[in-house]
Design a protein around this ligand. Structure first.
Ligand SMILES: Cc1cc2nc3c(=O)[nH]c(=O)nc-3n(C[C@H](O)[C@H](O)[C@H](O)COP(=O)(O)O)c2cc1C
Length: 346
């Protein structure tokens, strides 16, 4: 396989500059391990999980990869910062569960006090004094956030999340192409590598991001359509049926399920359905919540929650996550080679 060496692959020790983003309700140990087996880097999402559940997912990944410590595996754990901030002391337990596994990376997003958790990770590593450095990824959507992450928190990787992204994100995020370029203009060359996220579906997209100057990509929605993701069959079927105009940015699903602790300015991109329409039309929240709960049990696409990025329109197949990574690698190489050929032929 033709190598795709970037600052990110060197930092993570992986073959392919593709990361599966930590996705609440979808990214467990099985998915992260499969991505790692394919040559990419896989994140497990701690999200709304208990310490016990996270431990189980970490054990699952270790068993699949046949390693005794995740220090030797390209696996990380993602945290939703506002949940850590709301949970108080038990948040330290949740973080410690990942850190005790000596995972290679921690991903933080969506909080008012992300710097506190970066400091916590650094302090944990300092106390262990075993030479292991946990890499810190922070997902963000503006130059201001990036400046803080680089100058104040000294993070290891910036994940630039564009408006196209599935799941939660900044409602005012610029489109990904603009965001990557503006971050590259602001971040010093020796600053952390930038990973592009949002709406990416195939190797042409990965090649485009690398060409722009990103060191890799993080994909979410693409990895929902794998046997290893924790999404239900009904959710996967809805993703396969989705087209170019099927997604919407909204807080309707958070209202329907009662997860309203998101920092100001954060909403989420999901498949549009009756739950959103009802709330917009002023149907009483209690009624919407009742129907929404029923839709989860029934797998009813007209009301259930399916987070999805704009790239969903280009996805029509469920495929093993390791294969997804291998194919993305090959497609990316093909697209880059074609671009080089055009340049040298001119
Ligand atoms: C189902 C789903 C759940 C997500 N959950 C999280 C999360 O818990 N934490 C996080 O930082 N990002 C989360 N995201 C956003 C991803 O980190 C990433 O930015 C996004 O998936 C990229 O866009 P794409 O889905 O179009 O590839 C989620 C995305 C999806 C699709």
């Amino acid at each position: 396989m033709v190598p795709l060496t970037t600052r990110l692959t060197s930092l993570l020790g992986v073959r392919t500059p593709v990361i599966s983003a930590p996705m609440a309700g979808a990214s467990g140990g099985e998915l992260a391990a499969a991505v790692a087996q394919g040559g990419g880097f896989g994140f497990i999402q701690a999200g709304y999980q208990s310490k016990q559940k996270l431990k189980e997912e970490l054990e699952k990944a270790k068993a699949i990869l046949g390693v005794s410590s995740l220090q030797r595996a390209p696996i990380g754990v993602g945290f939703i910062s506002w949940i850590l901030e709301a949970e108080g002391a038990s948040s330290n337990d949740l973080l410690d569960t990942a850190l005790e596994s000596r995972v290679n990376a921690i991903w933080l997003a969506f909080g008012n006090d992300i710097g506190r958790w970066v400091a916590y990770v650094r302090e944990y590593d300092r106390r262990q004094a075993d030479g292991h450095k946990t890499l810190v990824f922070v997902q963000l959507s503006s130059e201001e956030e990036a400046a803080g992450a680089v100058n104040n928190w000294k993070v290891d990787v910036l994940v630039a999340q564009g408006i196209e992204a599935g799941g939660h994100g900044r409602a005012s995020a610029p489109p990904l192409l603009t965001l990557i370029s503006s971050l590259l203009n602001t971040i010093p060359e020796e600053g952390p590598p930038i990973v592009a996220a949002g709406g990416l579906a195939n190797g042409a997209h990965v090649a485009a991001c690398l060409t722009l100057g990103a060191s890799g990509v993080a994909m979410g929605t693409r990895f929902l359509l794998t046997p290893e993701s924790l999404y239900t069959d009904a959710q996967k079927k809805a993703l396969i049926s989705a087209g170019s105009n099927s997604t919407v940015r909204t807080l309707a699903f958070d209202r329907a399920r009662g997860t309203l602790g998101w920092p100001t300015g954060i909403d989420g991109r999901a498949l549009m359905n009756q739950t959103v329409k009802d709330l917009e039309a002023g149907v009483p929240i209690e009624e919407v919540q009742k129907l929404f709960q029923r839709s989860i049990q029934d797998g009813d696409p007209d009301r259930m929650l399916v987070w999805a990025g704009t790239g969903v329109a280009l996805m029509n197949q469920i495929k093993g996550a390791a294969n997804v990574v291998t194919e993305l690698h090959q497609e990316t190489v093909q697209h880059l080679e074609r671009a080089v050929f055009i340049r040298s032929a001119a």
